[in-house]
Design a protein around this ligand. Structure first.
Ligand SMILES: [Zn+2]
Length: 262
């Protein structure tokens, strides 16, 4: 099995776990990784990619090479989510033959190493391909501690309509339409933004925020109504207490023999 390790700096554990692999330096520019993948695709040669900071579990690469599936991946921790990406993935020659243009057609501007996984995997999913997820997890020695957003986010579709991200590529991503949409699914937001097919729409409130604002207005109206009711209740209580005091006063006067005059 052809094993490629695209790298800028190889983690020692990755190095140790990939003896015999071909190491490909991809630090010359942002698109070097894409070119490596494109060339691999051209060769139609079944290949396992192990990124420079990902460590497959013991025996993982052997198991993946032996697996009859033609798209396999170990999931790993990425940012603050567990997901498959390109980090430890096998692309079989049959998958390449069925989708010969999936890498070469990635548009200029979307070929950077940082979003390439989302674009390629998203397109393969859109075409109905599904990866076989291997367990256990691979280890990812990435110090990316950026917390992904979990608030409702409006996403504006800026693709050309021919390509978009489809749905879950590993865990719990809702269907992604090729239109503007909004979601609070952190994985979906990250995948959309990283794919370059969507940008965040900051032009106004999200539907959820608008609904909340409407609810706030309604709440304020209800509060005002309640305040009026409470005020009138307080008035009734005061009146009742005054009545009670009058009755008590009369009773006291009666007890003393002073009859009230009518
Ligand atoms: Zn497999």
């Amino acid at each position: 099995m052809n094993v490629l390790v695209p790298y800028t700096t190889i983690h020692p554990d990755t190095y140790a776990a990939t003896a015999g692999a071909r190491r490909v330096y991809v630090g010359s520019d942002d698109e070097a990784y894409w070119r490596m993948l494109r060339d691999t695709w051209w060769q139609r040669r079944s290949t396992i990619i192990v990124e420079h900071d990902v460590v497959p579990p013991p025996g993982g690469l052997v198991g993946m090479a032996a697996c009859p599936c033609d798209w396999c991946a170990f999931a790993y921790h990425c940012g603050d989510i567990w997901t498959t990406a390109l980090g430890c993935t096998k692309f079989g020659s049959a998958l390449m033959a069925r989708n010969p243009d999936v890498v070469s057609r990635v548009a200029p501007g979307q070929r950077g190493w940082n979003g390439l996984d989302g674009v390629v995997i998203g397109e393969l999913h859109r075409r109905g391909e599904r990866e076989h997820v291997h367990i256990p997890w691979a280890v990812h020695h990435h110090d990316d501690t950026t917390t992904r957003r979990i608030t409702m986010t409006k996403l504006k579709y800026v693709g050309d309509g021919s390509r978009y991200l489809h749905e879950d590529y590993f865990a719990g991503i809702p269907p992604i339409p090729p239109t503007d949409w909004e979601t609070d699914n952190e994985t979906a937001i990250a995948v959309c933004l990283e794919s370059g097919l969507y940008v965040e729409d900051t032009s106004g409130d999200t539907k959820a925020e608008k609904a909340q604002a409407k609810a706030d207005v309604k709440d304020a109206a209800t509060d005002a109504k309640n305040a009026v009711k409470e005020a009138s209740d307080a008035e009734s209580v005061a009146a009742a207490e005054a009545d009670k005091a009058a009755i008590e006063r009369e009773a006291a006067e009666a007890a003393l023999g002073h009859y009230p005059t009518y």
